[in-house]
Structures are given as structure tokens and as C-alpha cells.
Design a protein around this ligand. Structure first.
Ligand code: BTN
Length: 276
């Protein structure tokens, strides 16, 4: 649902999130079956991990109006000012092996893209594996964190941050050149509760597809939205760095990069910079 905005964000949109606006009548199988709405937390991923460790069910969602220590991937900070973005984490307990868990980041990516499209009509692209871009600028990101031992996965926390209300001047430093928000792209305010509902519904559908059919439909959808394929990239995974052209997504969702010598490198997770 979108609202007309002239100048300031309307009071309705600026208001804190309310549980009934998100949860009442939510017709999902798993996602949002328990909803923990908090005003301020360090990180919704930490709150969700603590709940998961205490046995919270799959599908439980933590949403906060603000994060004091919002985390991005590779130890980066995720700017999380009050009421500006959607900061949401969900507990997943899929019956898969730890090495298969990176696929859940892709589940998150297609779900966020679909939710944005449903709520605003905007078509977001996916920069593999976890960035959602509008007009080449980052509007959302996903941070998947798992608890596992050598052979079994206990749970995955899928943390999702979406820039919703920021205007250009709300972004600091280099984010002014690289980030955007739904408000900027729509040209008007976007209801955060509506966005949270869309996200729960869309995550529910894509996660259900993943559990039923495996990773194939997810990879198919990422391919359709992927901004990385065919581009020159530099990718980092742990201590390993490789530059080349992103040539394909494997059936399991790995990014295949061809380096200058023609050698193929297969990345199951990592951080990618588009260089050309
Ligand atoms: C990235 O693009 O680097 C991932 C950003 C993930 C941010 C979200 S906001 C909700 C959840 N809590 C966190 O601390 N991080 C994720």
C-alpha cells in the first residue's frame, strides 16, 4: 500500500509498527506464526538467535523499529535508524545439511524481490547472492546466519533489511551514491507494516517451494532477476579473491566465474563487486 507524500512523511507512515497491522489475518503456513515486535534492539538477528536457542518455532519473526548494532555481511554495519527501514529476522529450521544453507539466502532474495514488487510495483534486481537493487542502487540486503555442528543444521536466522523511508540526505558517506529506498524510488511513502506483511507472505511462499521442490525453482527465479550474470566481477569468499566474468549460476545456486586464464571458479557464498 502506498501513500501520497508532500514534503514530510505523513504521521500515519512515521508511526511505530503495530502487531495487528502486520500479523492479523496473516495467511501463511509458517512465516509469522509468532511475531515479536520490538522498539529497539541491538540486532534482530541476535534476538532471533536467542529465541531459537530457547526453542522458538520455525517461522517466528522478530521485527524492530530500530537497531543499535544492525549488522550487514562481511562485518559491515547496517544503518538502522528508527522508523526508516524494515529490520526483520526469521527463524528457519529446514531439514537440510549445513553446506546447503547458503541456498536460504537466495530464498530470501527472491522473496524480498517479490514482496517489493507486490507492495510497490517496482522490479528489483538481485546482485548475487544477497543484494536487492533498484536503478543500480542497493535497497535491501540479507544476512543469513546458522547454528550448526559438523553434520547437522540446528537453525538458520534469515535477517532482512529493507530501506523504506530514507530520503537522499538520510544516507551517510558513500551510501549516498550507492543506496536507495522504496520512498525515493516510488516517489512517495510506503507503508512499513504493509511491506512487512508482503514480506512474510512472500517468504512463506518461497520457503514452502524450497522445502517442497528443492533449490531449482529458487535458482530459476534468481536467474531471471540476476544482475550479476555476464558482468565483470571481483568476488571474495573467506581469504579467497577471484576476478573475472560471472558466466552462470549452477543448479545449486553457486556463482561460476571465468577468470582471465579461462579457469572456472565456483562460489557457493561470498561478496561480489560489479567491476564492469
Ligand atoms: C547486507 O546486505 O550486508 C545484509 C544486511 C542485513 C540487515 C538486516 S536488518 C535485520 C537483520 N538484523 C541485522 O543486524 N542484520 C539484518
Amino acid at each position: 500500500m502506498t501513500f501520497e507524500v508532500t514534503g514530510r512523511i505523513s504521521a500515519e507512515v512515521e508511526a511505530l509498527l503495530r502487531e495487528p497491522d502486520i500479523g492479523s489475518g496473516l495467511a501463511t503456513k509458517r512465516i509469522g506464526n509468532a511475531l515479536h515486535l520490538l522498539q529497539v534492539v541491538d540486532s534482530t538477528n541476535d534476538e532471533a538467535a536467542a529465541l531459537a536457542a530457547r526453542g522458538a518455532p520455525e517461522g517466528a519473526v522478530v521485527i524492530a523499529d530500530a537497531q543499535l548494532r544492525g549488522r550487514g555481511r562481511m562485518g559491515r554495519r547496517w544503518a538502522s535508524a528508527r522508523g526508516m527501514g524494515l529490520y526483520l529476522s526469521v527463524i528457519l529450521r529446514p531439514p537440510i545439511q549445513p553446506h546447503e544453507a547458503p541456498a536460504l539466502t537466495l530464498v530470501g532474495a527472491v522473496a524480498v524481490a517479490d514482496a517489493i514488487e507486490r507492495a510497490t510495483g517496482l522490479v528489483a534486481g538481485i546482485k548475487w547472492p544477497n543484494d536487492l537493487l533498484l536503478r543500480g542502487r542497493k535497497v535491501a540486503g540479507i544476512l543469513g546466519e546458522m547454528a550448526a555442528d559438523a553434520s547437522s543444521l540446528h537453525h538458520v536466522i534469515l535477517g532482512i533489511g529493507i530501506n523504506v523511508h530514507q530520503g537522499e540526505t538520510d544516507f551517510e558517506g558513500e551510501l549516498r551514491q550507492t543506496a536507495t529506498s522504496l520512498r525515493i524510488e516510488v516517489g512517495g511513502a510506503v507503508d512499513r507494516s504493509g511491506m512487512a506483511r508482503s514480506l512474510c507472505e512472500s517468504l512463506d511462499e518461497w520457503y514452502d517451494r524450497f522445502l517442497t521442490y528443492g533449490v531449482s525453482p529458487i535458482v530459476e527465479s534468481v536467474r531471471r532477476r540476476c544482475l550479476t550474470l555476464g558482468r565483470a566481477v571481483t568476488a571474495r569468499s573467506g581469504d579467497h579473491e577471484v576476478s573475472g566474468v560471472a558466466v552462470e549460476l549452477s543448479g545449486a545456486g553457486a556463482l561460476v566465474i571465468r577468470d582471465a586464464s579461462g579457469r572456472l571458479h565456483r562460489l557457493v557464498a561470498g561478496d561480489v563487486t560489479l567491476t564492469g
